[in-house]
Design a protein around this ligand. Structure first.
Ligand code: LMR
Length: 340
């Protein structure tokens, strides 16, 4: 029979042992992004934080820095490659500046007829192959997050493509978006997202393009009198991590975080549709902005005006990639046309 004092000592060691397993400092993931928290990406980042901290029982701490509060657009990509931050979700339009030209396929006007085709691409082999291209830049792509289709905005009436002729239009740093604005006779002005509101307010630029959730959450409707619901281009994100950091994680933590990313992706994509239609409705209700919806003839005029961009960009984006997306679109169209 062990004496009470021996049992007390053993209990003390057991407690010490127990406390020691949690004495290790938490693994910190800094997640930097450039949009407001009340956007699909902002909410998904917070969901990832909640799930990661809960499911690793505090072994991982996620610090989310929204609204460019830690890094602005270009800086955040450099910070990730240097390991100063561990996770980002930049717009797919921002990888061209790293030399990853194929990512700009997502910027081609009207290349995705609907969300189903987009999902076929991002959730299939095409999307996987694109993310694999990031690896020799020290980046690992974990998922795609959706933020829907973009509308055009300006301070003069917009209904038809010619209405943007001569306008200075803010774009993300993408050669496809440059070509898109030039096809409309506008001047493309690449700017960091955090600088857009001021640029519109001061008249540095006349207009821009955004999914409604970004336009509204950054109060751009307060400095844009007109919005045309062109849905001319897509805006989505690649969720990326510093590859060295990710591969250094304990295997069990990595597996848990992969599941958290899956669930945060579901949250993002569930929210995207809803937040964008709510944002457009709020802009419509605002006294500041006239929202113009377009009929089929007007939409056809936008498609026609932007068609040359595809041909011009064939030297920049792999032809096979463009063809495979078009094939996915026609396969989806055939499914949609099959009587149920
Ligand atoms: C933009 O720069 O317009 C967008 O990429 C911002 C974002 O991350 O949605």
């Amino acid at each position: 029979m062990k004496s009470l004092s021996t049992l007390a000592v053993l209990f003390g060691f057991a407690l010490l042992g127990e406390s020691l397993t949690y004495a290790a400092p938490p693994i910190v993931i800094k997640f930097s992004h450039v949009v407001d928290e009340n956007t699909p990406k902002g909410l998904a980042a917070l969901e990832f934080k909640r799930l990661a901290e809960e499911r690793t029982r505090g072994r991982v701490k996620v610090q989310v820095y929204p609204n460019s509060s830690l890094y602005k657009d270009r800086e955040e990509l450099e910070a990730l490659q240097l390991g100063a931050v561990q996770m980002l979700a930049p717009s797919l339009a921002k990888f061209g500046q790293l030399g990853m030209r194929d990512f700009e396929v997502f910027d081609l006007p009207y290349i995705f007829p609907n969300k189903q085709v987009l999902k076929t691409v991002t959730q299939g082999e095409i999307g996987r192959q694109l993310l694999a291209q990031l690896e020799d830049r020290g980046i690992l792509g974990l998922a795609y997050w959706d933020n829907g289709f973009k509308v055009m905005s300006a301070n003069t009436p917009i209904r038809l493509p010619e209405d943007l002729k001569g306008k200075r239009m803010r774009i993300q740093p993408s050669r496809v978006l440059e070509s898109q604005m030039e096809a409309l006779g506008a001047t493309p002005i690449p700017l960091a997202f955090s600088d857009v509101h001021t640029a519109l307010e001061t008249g540095l630029v006349d207009g821009t393009e955004n999914p409604p959730s970004n336009l509204y959450s950054k109060k751009m409707h307060e400095v844009q009198k007109y919005v045309a619901v062109t849905n001319h281009g897509y805006l989505g994100y690649a969720v990326i991590v510093n590859r060295k950091f990710w591969n250094s994680l304990p295997a069990d933590i990595r597996t848990t975080l992969e599941r958290c990313i899956l669930d945060a992706t579901r949250k993002n994509d569930d929210e995207a549709e809803k937040l964008n239609s709510q944002a457009l409705a709020k802009v419509k209700k605002s006294e500041t902005t006239t929202v113009v919806t377009l009929n089929s003839a007007e939409l056809a005029a936008w498609r026609k005006a932007l068609e040359p961009v595809h041909r011009k960009m064939e030297s920049r984006i792999s032809k096979d990639l463009i063809t495979s997306i078009r094939e996915a679109a026609s396969a989806q169209a055939a499914i949609d046309a099959t009587p149920r």
